[in-house]
Design a protein around this ligand. Structure first.
Ligand SMILES: Cc1ncc(COP(=O)(O)O)c(C=O)c1O
Length: 424
């Protein structure tokens, strides 16, 4: 079976009223998708690394730079007030997008990595002591491992790790058994970047809270695909990046429960985060400014809000339904190919397909697919402990966005066949 059309296979029925994306119309919003790479049409399947930006976001950035730009929070002139209003409106857009209770619970950072580091420095360095324990999982991206290694080395604390089964699903019995009276924090990925597993984080938050332990969720791979509601998840911190959400690079978000943010120490010192400064000491501004020292990425925050507006205009349900259809089709197609091993077969998955080809190094797979215009990621995906657990040095990873089509999947399948022919 090959794809006969380029629109989603999700069809609304009386019992399923999920709106259907008009993918061709959506694709027209993304100028980069009509690029030719080496004379071949671009097939962009590296969305888990960074997704592409639609014209409304590019136009919003252009309008900001040409009509609104000045430094924020500091001056009373027209442009500064306009830029400040747009930046603070962006904070409210994020608040509503993830359903935070208050806008002051939204901290703009440079990305997921900085958001997690902010919690490590601001919360961890204040509240973690020698002998304490932090729980993560073997599925984590390095940015949810390395900061905790740093903290453990500094404080004499210990990391405990939730294992997975061979499908790439977290083992909840083992998770429950990791808690002790020294557990101080749980920090988990919502969706695995390497395998696509959607972790049962709501249940895992409840289990941690039953032990009085706060939870940070790394939502870098969840927010682009799922409707995230931090109140429903009941998490204490939630981190994500703009560039995986069709927004600009250099912008990310840390959501934190107001009470926790208030008791944290600032991560960086400088302008715009203070209440008063004398030569002897500084006092700090209330949240969120306490955590936004210096000139923030103003344009990028406004661009992120435009990206969120764009995605919400399409509908997160429609996005999820389309991506699910792509994943099902791609899984069936690749799963039936001789010599292809799918890595990560969790029952609940986002549209990420990691695979290896028998006898061919993933880097060769990526390089040869690129000659066909197909962009996939190859390597350890910043998840070396996971690769060690799976017993593979690396995988090739196709990660889909709502603007991908069944035809893109067919191109991947044809590309894999040509790679296999080269090595036959
Ligand atoms: C699950 C996960 N966490 C964290 C990150 C780091 O995001 P950033 O590089 O935008 O800080 C990524 C990036 O790939 C990711 O996939």
């Amino acid at each position: 079976m090959t794809a006969s059309d380029t629109t989603t296979v999700a069809t609304p029925t009386a019992s399923n009223t999920t709106p259907v994306l008009n993918v061709q119309r959506v694709r027209a919003d993304f100028p980069i998708l009509s690029l030719q790479v080496g004379g071949k049409p671009l097939v962009y399947l590296d969305n888990a690394a960074s997704s592409q930006m639609p014209t409304p976001v590019i136009q919003r950035l252009h309008h900001y730079q040409t009509h609104e730009h000045a430094n924020i929070h500091r001056a009373v002139h027209y442009l500064s007030e306009t830029a400040t209003a747009a930046y603070e409106a962006a904070r409210r857009t994020v608040q509503h997008f993830i359903h935070a209770r208050e806008e002051r619970e939204i901290i703009f950072t440079s990305g997921t990595t900085e958001s997690i580091n902010l919690v490590m420095h601001g919360w961890g360095r204040k509240f973690i002591a020698a002998g304490d324990e932090i729980i993560i999982s073997v599925l984590e991206h390095h940015s949810n491992i390395v900061p905790w290694h740093m903290l453990c080395a500094e404080k004499g604390a210990t990391l405990k790790v939730v294992p997975i089964n061979d499908a790439g699903e977290l083992q909840l019995d083992a998770y429950a058994a990791l808690f002790s009276e020294r557990t101080r924090l749980v920090s988990l990925g919502h969706v695995s970047n390497a395998l696509g597993s959607i972790n049962p984080v709501k249940q895992m938050v409840a289990m941690a809270h039953a032990q009085g332990v706060p939870v940070l969720l790394d939502g870098a791979q969840a927010v682009p695909h799922l409707q995230v509601d931090v109140q429903d998840l009941d998490c204490d911190f939630y981190a994500f990046s703009g560039h995986k959400l069709c927004g600009p690079t250099g912008i990310g978000v840390l959501y934190g429960r107001a009470a926790l943010l208030e008791e944290m120490q600032p991560f960086k010192g400088g302008g715009d985060m203070i209440h008063t400064v004398t030569l002897e000491k500084s006092t700090y501004a209330p949240i969120p400014n306490k955590f936004e020292a210096g000139t923030p990425p103003i344009a990028a925050a406004i661009g992120l809000a435009a990206a969120i507006d764009y995605l919400q205009g399409l509908g997160m349900d429609a996005i999820a339904a389309h991506e699910h259809a792509l994943l099902q089709y791609a899984t069936a197609q690749l799963g039936a190919m001789p010599g292809v091993r799918l890595i990560g077969t969790a029952r609940e998955k986002a549209a990420v397909l990691s695979f290896t080809l028998q006898g061919i190094h993933p880097h060769d797979v990526g390089t040869l697919l690129s000659t066909e215009g197909i962009a996939v990621r190859t390597g350890h995906h910043c998840a070396q402990p996971l690769m060690q657990r799976l017993g593979v040095p690396a995988t090739a990873r196709a990660s889909f966005a709502f603007y991908n089509t069944l035809t893109d999947v067919d191109a991947l399948v044809a590309g894999i066949r040509s790679v296999q022919k080269v090595f036959a």
